[in-house]
Design a protein around this ligand. Structure first.
Ligand code: PLP
Length: 427
């Protein structure tokens, strides 16, 4: 029996080490968060043993009665959370969700229009190293050099010129809200599908703290592990647009509704068996996100981001677009004479985790970069408030201004490690 197998101390000792790392440092990576113990319990459950190709009630395997109920619960909860009428919760990740949408809606060689990666967009929105840029013809819009903000007149100009079949909005490093009404008006002029990838701000959108993409975008994708605070994963949703605008046909030649096309874009299009243990963990996280506590959390994430932006600006740091509407911000370090790479490598010595990031119109390579990206979702989960953001920025500033002073970095690290003991993460 499996119980006689010796415990794998090699792996579990490493997991314990990672837990210690997460608990003792300051986590500012904007795409990370800390899930609840019950989310992790579901993710580590016996559901990992089950094959369930297909959808609830329509499976290619026997014994799916229980997982059907679990997956349906996840679907029902996410629909309630976002006011969606349809959802597929099976994508293994955000990238998988986007790939499934492309497979369902586009033909190889079709033109897509996405937000430039170097301005804050995501690899899956047309980068030449991703399937989205290899199988389709990618075109891009970006931010204005002066303001750091998207100019929708220019998006329209580009869309009219390039005539994409799909327009993609959403980003990994854009701190401003999106004008979905305007984007839909542009898409409608050229008969394009509009996809919103809300992977980053999903938790804030769920609680009405940012504009609602579901009302205006044909299709919405998201990851489940960022501001939504669930297990690593992705999903696809729709509210209004079930018509199949391009008459896209199935291999058998039928014209089906968008929801049905998207379901087959996930399975059998790009995935095999769904991860029912992760889907159960998604259901738990969506249940948590439906609570009033989560509304307080999302509100605090935003307040903390604003407090952090103010503290950075007060200390002379330059934030792209001058501030933030959401949970993150992009800092241009050129005015401080630092690179993103140096900042990342120095901050980690004091147990502050961030990621280096290209800034718009960056003159450095992606391995060096002129900026860093920081966000508040993870530290807000730990219970930190506005005043704590100021303390974090003080630590960051001390570290960056003393990047060659190892004694100073080590003193800051000790201080942070003892401060973090006041915010226990997992008992
Ligand atoms: N889309 C956006 C906007 C993202 O920021 C990310 C992750 O960083 C993804 C998609 C991809 O998600 P995953 O890493 O789960 O594939």
């Amino acid at each position: 029996a499996t119980t006689t197998i010796a415990r794998d101390t090699q792996v579990f000792d490493l997991i314990a080490k990672e837990k210690h790392r997460q608990e003792s440092g300051i986590e500012l990576i904007a795409s990370e968060n800390f899930t609840s113990p019950q989310v992790m319990e579901a993710a580590g459950s016996v559901l990992t043993n089950k094959y369930a190709e297909g959808l609830p009630g329509k499976r290619y395997y026997g014994g799916c009665e229980v997982v059907d109920e679990i997956e349906q619960l996840a679907i029902d909860r996410i629909r309630e959370l976002f006011g969606a009428t349809w959802a597929n919760v099976q994508p293994h990740s955000g990238a998988q969700a986007n790939t499934a949408v492309f497979l369902a809606c586009l033909q190889p060689g079709d033109t897509i229009l996405g937000f430039d990666l170097s301005h804050g967009g995501h690899l899956t929105h047309g980068s030449p190293v991703n399937i989205s840029g290899k199988y389709f013809r990618p075109t891009f819009y970006g931010v204005e050099k002066e303001s750091g903000v998207i100019n929708y007149d220019k998006v329209e100009e580009t869309a009219m010129r390039e005539r994409p079949k799909m327009m993609i909005c959403g980003a990994s490093a854009y701190s401003r809200d999106w004008d979905y009404v305007r984007l839909r008006a542009i898409a409608d002029q050229i008969g394009a599908l509009l996809l919103a990838d809300i992977s980053h701000p999903a938790g804030l959108i769920a609680k009405g703290l940012l504009n609602d993409p579901l009302e205006h975008c044909h299709i919405v994708t998201t990851t489940t592990h960022k501001t939504l605070r669930g297990p690593r994963g992705g999903l696809i949703m729709m509210r209004n647009d079930f018509e199949n605008p391009f008459g896209i046909k199935t291999p058998k030649g039928d014209i089906r509704m968008m929801s049905s096309l998207l379901d087959s874009g996930v399975f059998p299009g790009t995935q095999g068996g769904p991860l029912e243990h992760i889907i159960a963990a998604k259901a738990v996280a969506f249940g948590e996100a439906l609570s009033d506590d989560f509304a307080d959390y999302a509100t605090q994430v935003k307040k903390n981001a604003q407090a952090m932006a103010k503290a950075l600006l007060d200390r002379g740091y330059q934030i792209i677009s001058g501030g933030t509407d959401n949970h993150l911000m992009l800092i241009d370090l050129r005015s401080k004479g630092l690179t993103g790479k140096l900042a990342e490598n120095t901050l980690i010595k004091a147990d502050i985790t961030i990621n280096k990031n290209m800034v718009p119109f960056d003159d450095k390579s992606p391995m060096v970069t002129s900026g860093i990206r920081v966000g508040t979702p993870a530290m807000t989960t730990r219970g930190l408030k506005e005043a704590d953001m100021e303390r974090i920025v003080d630590y960051m500033d001390t570290v960056l201004m003393n990047h060659d002073n190892d004694a100073k970095l080590s003193a800051v690290k000790d201080d942070i490690n003892s401060w973090m003991k006041a915010f226990p993460l997992y008992a």
